[in-house]
Design a protein around this ligand. Structure first.
Ligand code: ATP
Length: 353
């Protein structure tokens, strides 16, 4: 059931249009991430939902209520920013209590709610500390508790993890997801980190220059990118140019090797060029493999990445990366060696845009 609806949202700063006609409905309790490179407009959309920016056009409805005429403090929204933005002169308890105090809630209710929130973020023992006495991760958990304390209808998270180091980032994102599911709160999360978005979202909006290129579940976005931009932004991917041999049988050539695809090539004719996508983890080396789902090439590099060895081989004009899982007995192919990569017909995607 639609809980947050964005209809034809647009935003220009002077003559520059930064959000183009954006449409989306978000369900109650859903966790949606806006993912995209710097400057694509994701923060601007979040700020419009919060009321910090006024849309140039379109409407924002939360739980059947148009937010158009509401100021930020009249909206029932909790927000967490990248820079923790805690009140430096207040201790943890007072930071978390802030929204409830402003709303004029009774003292006993505030005490109970703050205790509950500090329990949720597991920082009950630090209630008397001031922000400067906390680590970055602890400060961000307090910011989360402060945003949640007044029981907002929607939680907005603007790159809340980007200022933290890698290990804390991973543990805090898991904690955020657990708390979000526990409370069932509708959440919009902005990030430029694809792994982050893939790991915690119900759905992802991949933004490209002010528009959504694709909206889907993490698996849909990863397994079936609908545009070249999504394909290259989400995960590591080989983009391979191929020549159409026979559109009726989905047969193409890569260099001088023929391959038959599972999915239709679309409106193309023999001799046209099409773009294919292949994830590095899709194939495996199979010496002597032949036929429609194998490619042979010369190894140009091999890099040890820990869990995998990423090897690149040249096939015609394309260089194709593929991963070999690390194991004690693994002997990666040497540069200059000829290897054959076998994959399944569904691994090769046709990118139409
Ligand atoms: P980042 O991850 O860098 O924050 P983003 O995708 O969130 O990127 P936005 O912050 O939404 O991008 O900005 C989108 C575009 O709008 C950028 O080109 C930015 O320079 C511009 N912009 C944002 N706020 C303003 C403003 N107040 N005045 C003028 N231009 C702005």
């Amino acid at each position: 059931m639609a809980f947050l609806t964005l209809t034809n949202i647009q935003k220009s700063f002077g003559p520059v249009k930064v959000v183009h006609d954006f449409n989306m409905t978000i369900d109650r309790g859903e966790f949606v991430s806006f993912l995209g490179p710097s400057g694509c407009g994701k923060t601007t959309i979040l700020r419009m939902i919060a009321g910090f920016e006024v849309p140039t056009g379109g409407s924002i409805v939360i739980d059947n209520k148009d937010q158009g005429n509401l100021k930020p403090n009249q909206r029932n929204i909790g927000m967490v920013f990248q820079a923790y933005a805690l009140f430096p002169n207040m201790n943890v308890f007072d930071n978390v209590a802030f929204g409830l105090k402003v709303a004029g809630r009774p003292k006993e209710e505030i005490g109970a709610r703050v205790k509950e929130m500090l329990g949720l973020i597991k920082l009950e023992h630090l209630a008397d500390r001031f922000p400067y006495q906390l680590s970055g991760g602890q400060q961000q958990r307090v910011a989360l508790a402060r945003a949640l304390a007044p029981k907002p209808q929607v939680l907005l998270l603007d790159e809340p993890l980007s200022a933290l180091d890698a290990k804390i980032r991973v543990s805090l994102r898991e904690e955020i997801r657990m708390i979000q599911q526990q409370l069932g709160i509708t959440t919009v999360f902005v990030t430029h980190d694809q792994e982050e978005a893939l790991s915690i979202s119900d759905r992802i909006v991949v933004m490209n220059a002010g528009s959504a290129d694709q909206i889907g579940t993490p698996a849909e976005i990863y397994n079936r990118p609908s545009t070249r931009f999504v394909a290259s932004f989400v995960g590591t991917l080989n983009l391979i140019e191929a020549k159409v041999i026979d559109p009726a049988t989905n047969r193409v050539s890569i260099g001088d090797q023929g391959v038959t695809l599972r999915e239709p090539l679309g409106a193309v004719k023999a001799g046209d060029t099409v773009s294919l996508a292949l994830r590095p983890e899709a194939g495996s080396i199979a010496e002597g493999a032949k036929g429609d789902t194998a490619l042979t090439g010369e190894v140009v590099s091999s890099n040890f990445l820990g869990s995998v060895v990423r090897t690149r081989m040249r096939v015609g004009q394309s260089v194709i990366s593929f991963d070999m899982f690390n194991s004690p007995g693994l002997v990666p192919p040497a540069v200059g060696e000829t290897v054959t990569l076998r994959f399944t017909a569904t691994d090769l995607l046709v990118i139409n845009d």
